[in-house]
Every structure is written in C-alpha cells, then in structure tokens.
Design a protein around this ligand. Sequence first.
Ligand code: GLY
Length: 581
Amino acid sequence: MSSRGRSFLAAVLSATLVLAPPQILLAASPQPVGAQNGMVVTAHHLASEAGVEALKSGGNAIDAAVAVGYVLAVVYPVAGNIGGGGFMTIRLKDGKTAFLDFRERAPLAATKTMYLDANGDVVKGASTNGYLAVGVPGSVMGLETAREKYGTKSRAELMAPAIKLARDGFSLEQGDVASLASGFKKLSSDKAAAAIFLKPDGKPLEIADTLKQPDLATSLEAVSKDGPDAFYKGAVADKIVDASRATGGILAKQDFEQYAVRELEPVTCSYRGYQILSSPPPSSGGIIICEILNILEGYPLSYLGQSSSATVHAMVEAMRYAFADRNAALGDPDFVKNPVSTLLDKTYAKAIRDSINPYKAGKSADVTPLGLAESNETTHYSIVDKDGNAVAVTYTLNGSFGAGVVAPGTGILLNNEMDDFTSKPGVANLYGLVQGEANAIAPKKTPLSSMSPTIVTKDGKLFMVIGSPGGARIITITLEAIINVIDHGMTIQEAIDAPRFHHQWQPDRVVMEPYALSSDTLKMLAEMGHNVQLDLGWPIWGQAAGILVGGKSLSEIEQGGGARLNGAMDSRAASGAAKGY
Ligand code: GLY
C-alpha cells in the first residue's frame, strides 16, 4: 500500500477505534432460503418452480437454466425473452468453466450513423422504439447451445413448462400486474403487443386475470420440435423480418441465418483469496467488477466498516476510475482490441489506488472525458444443482419490454439492444449513455453490455453465484453484494437487500438508495467533496439473485453446519423467488 493509503488508514482507524470487524450489521432482511440439493433463484416464482422441477427430475443446473430461460420468456415479459439475448456463466462440478455469449448482434444493414438525422443529430427514440432498435436475438440459440453442450435433458422436456404456461395461461399476481402496468404506454402503441398484454378494451390487465399467449406457445412449440432452425431459418424469422420491413426496420433473413453463439473465456480475478469468474467483453461487467475489486483490495473495508464514509469514499473513487475505463476502452472483441490484461492487472489497480486522494473526492473531468448511464430492464437468475454445477444467467430485452414490438403471429417481444451501442460518440442516448468509438455500431457487432453473471469460488470450491439487472448499475450491485458477504459478513440475503450506492464516472455524482448512508456519513462525504444524491432507481434499483454455498453467511460457512445452499432473491423484486429442495 502507498504511504498515502497508509496514512489514510491510520487516520481512519485511529478516528474510529475499530478493532474488529463488526459482527452485527443490517438485520432487516429475511433469512435466505436453505436447501440441501438444488437452488434456483429467479425474478419469477413460476420460473423458479420450473427450474427446481428440472433439477428434481434429474436435470443438472444447465438444464434448469434452460427451462427457466424459456419460462421467464412467458411469465416475465418485461425482461424474460426469446426476442433478446444474454450471457451464461457456467462452473461445472469438476471446476471446468464456460461462458456463452448469446447477446444480440447488429443487423448486416446497420451503420455507424443509422440513428443520426441529416444534421448529424441523434434522432430521439430511433434506437429504443420500434424495429430499427432491434438487434438480432440470441436467446434461443444460446439456451439450445447450453443444453446441447452442458445439459442432459431433451429440448422438448425442458421447454414443456414454458409452452404449457403460454398455451394455458397463468393467473396474474400483484407483481405481474405492476410490471405490465409499467409498460402500459409502450405495449399500447403496438397492435400485436396490445392484443397480448392488454385487455380487449385496451385497459390494463388486473390481478387474477389469466394471461394466455397462444402465438408465443406456437413459436415455442416450433422451437421445441425443430430446434433453433425454427426460429432462425423458419417461420419465426420470416414473420419478424416481414414486420420489420413493413415498419422501417432493417432486419433481414440473412441476419437470422448467420446468428451464432460465441463461447468465450470468462474473466477471472482474485479478491482476498476468493476467485471471481464473470463476463468478458462484449460485456464490461466482469472486467470492471475485477478492476474495482483490485483497487479495493488495498483497503481494509471490513475494518473501515460497511457504509462508513471511509469505505464509501474508497468504493466511489474505485468506481469512478473503473467506469471511465469501461467507456473509453471496451467493445465487442471481434471488432476492437480490449485492454483486458491491463484492466485486470493488480499493478494497474495499485497505480489507481495511489492516485486516489484519501481525504478528497476526485473529479471525473480529470479522469477521462467519456460517460455512462443505465438502461432499465434485464433479468438475472442463479442456479446450483445437487452435484455442485453452477450457472449464472443474465439476459435482457434491454429496456423494459424491449422495443415494445411483437411481430404479428409470433407472440415474441423484441429487444431494443441497439441502444446499447454508441449512437454518436460523446452524445447521450435516451438513458444518458455517452460512449466512445470502441462501441460504435457496425454490421454483426455486439453492443457493449454491463451484464455480469458471476460465480465466486474459494480454495477451488463453489462459494457464491450472483448477478442482477440494472444497466450500468449491474456492475456495482454485483460488486456490493460480493463485498457485503466477504468484507462485511452479511448473509447473502442481507448482502443483496442492503441499500445501494453507485458512481459511474459521469455524471459526476454518487447516487444512493434511501437509507444507504447515515446523515453523519453523508456529511463527511460532502466535506470530502462528494456530490451524493438520492435515487430510487428505475423502476427499482436492480433485482439481484444470489446463492451462497455452505452457509447463509461467511461466519456460518466457517463454523460449518449451515444449509448447503442458501438462496436469496432481492427483496426489491415483486414476483421473484428463491426455491430449493
Ligand atoms: N442492456 C443492458 C446491458 O446489457 O448492459
């Protein structure tokens, strides 16, 4: 540690007289769900049930992840999908790891300036609404690749629950209705979407209404019978391409025919003796989580205390530097050379640590001139099976309900992932995203993501599975859950529920959830020069889904005797559930 870092610690330690890590922290969370055999944590209880059924009937974690992926596409239309894409991080029981990139790709006809008008200005809404916003979907190919390579069950068996829920319908509960209500305006403006997600009179669906999706059932049945070809080479692609052409989109059949999943090396790093396994580019998630952890490893966060001004200052400064790197440097690895080894280098992290003033907030303008913001909806699920195979999946339509369009006859909501590209370098998109050339649009290119499906191990053993939706905040939500467990001794449920804070380099401010920081802490941070603002997140601040192995907290793991699997669905989630057996 630098002398500056040491003096910072000495000052803080003598001021706070903290001699041992605090043992009692947030105590407002329910207990995690304990189970011995398998655990499935998803944003919808029906999907969690389908996952557990897949495990109970002899499937492994990957089988369960496939079943869950399809069920979420039916019961969680805000983000669950077959019209979007995502990432799957896998750690098998023998320690072998894998990462599947089934994120959307830009259509072949896409151009760098496709969202600009004749004056070179960004056309508002062009990259978020309607067919021009749609990237070539990857979920069907991704789930099938996972099943074929790492699963054990037939496609028909794994897709059956989703098909039944789409065909017979399911009764809407409070969380479902709230979710659909949040997309009411968007879903009303597309005839095919409105016919599915609204009442016949155009009013919102209500609690206890049954949501049936016969077209989606037919699309799923076709995939179940004929595999991804039904989607990418058959009638589904034809219908999407026809609807796109009819409304100014650029999707072509060739885009679907050429779609391929990439199997990539996951990003890995160490943090205080734990191994982190997460998403590589085209996600920024794993690299930026690792960069921040590398910086923070030099600070004794557990002694500084959870949500103390010293801890928050160190974390915010680490976030500031890492997010600046994220925007300037990263993009699709097939198109740009990502400086992965530099960003993961502990010496690089030390140099950043040395430039952090221990008493004063940094200035983002002095770090690098780019920026980043968040997108709205995505979903994450975590699964561990009886043998110890672990899967973390984050997949998305990007914004809530994606582009808000359903190709007639398919029942499939389509993504607006093209908005994750740089529409114009230096200009914010709808969500304030300001990015650089590395993430410029090009045919077949994948937009940079923040999705971070993450698996943590200790001494070669599975320790934690974690991830969240939340746009750019995915990174800090996942990071804070890891730190809350490892440094602050929280149970997995407390770690996920703990109020959050976030800095993403630009805009130069710390945002926090209500109750994240005490008045004293806020005062000290303000004195250091931090601009802290209250932010509820939109519509909520992520929905993390985690599993801790061997106990509900680090101390229970160390003492032994805890449940083998401890599942926690974010208390912010309206319809999610951790379910085990
Ligand atoms: N669309 C959100 C993300 O990939 O980061």
